[in-house]
Design a protein. Structure first.
Length: 114
């Protein structure tokens, strides 16, 4: 992915584009997803879907990075709580760091753009 774009798997992008009627070139989905307008549109719709599913930003952001199946498994095995209150217990180092970084940046943006 290019710097500044939302990271999104091609299969997920295809699913979200279909679900929300976003016009992308399905024959060349990789190129469609790196188009800035498509990328942000698909990425924000996907994040919105995850926020609706989990009801909190902590778990939604973890699922954005690690995948829904992985996060659902962590919740089922009581590795993390569905309410996101123990998000520091995420077992994947990459996802743990990703969630911390996103939540830190979220707080910074909140303080700047009250």
């Amino acid at each position: 992915m290019l710097f500044g774009l939302m990271q999104i798997m091609e299969e997920t992008a295809d699913d979200i584009a279909t679900r929300y009627g976003i016009d992308i070139d399905k024959e060349n989905i990789k190129e469609s997803v790196t188009n800035v307008q498509n990328n942000i549109n698909i990425g924000t719709k996907y994040l919105s879907t995850l926020l609706d599913k989990y009801g909190n930003k902590e778990v939604a952001v973890a699922a954005y990075n690690a995948g829904i199946g992985t996060v659902d498994n962590w919740i089922a095995k009581n590795i993390i709580k569905a309410d996101g209150s123990d998000i520091e217990n995420i077992p994947y180092k990459e996802t743990n760091n990703y969630v911390r970084k996103i939540l830190r940046n979220y707080k910074i943006y909140q303080s700047i753009y009250k």
